[in-house]
Design a protein around this ligand. Structure first.
Ligand SMILES: [Mg+2]
Length: 109
């Protein structure tokens, strides 16, 4: 993760783009990239979108990851720790014996 973060930060620094990357605009950009990902599925079955737009899907996922790494870096979040902490919370909210095979939100389990 650190190597990837160093790489995306170096990419940005080389272009002098940090000046545009305040947390609000990074959050907006992350969301826009997630929307571009979503757009690939519009009016198609999941299977068709994945088979027809596989390279685009890869690009949009990478774009979301790019902004996620930059935002975590800029606001000082250890993304690896954040994910592990969140998984722990989800394990508490969704105990296997209650959540197995269920699509209910934890508040409804
Ligand atoms: Mg994109």
């Amino acid at each position: 993760m650190n190597e990837l973060t160093k790489r995306v930060v170096a990419f940005r620094e080389a272009r002098n783009w940090k000046q545009f990357h305040n947390p609000k605009d990074l959050a907006i950009s992350l969301n826009l990239e997630a929307s571009e990902l979503l757009e690939l599925f519009q009016w198609k079955s999941s299977e068709d979108a994945i088979s027809d737009k596989y390279n685009d899907l890869s690009d949009e996922l990478a774009d979301v990851f790019y902004y996620t790494l930059l935002m975590a870096h800029d606001v000082g979040i250890d993304l690896e720790k954040a994910l592990l902490d969140k998984l722990e919370k989800n394990e508490m909210n969704y105990p296997v014996q209650k959540a197995f095979g269920s699509n209910k939100k934890y508040t409804e389990l």
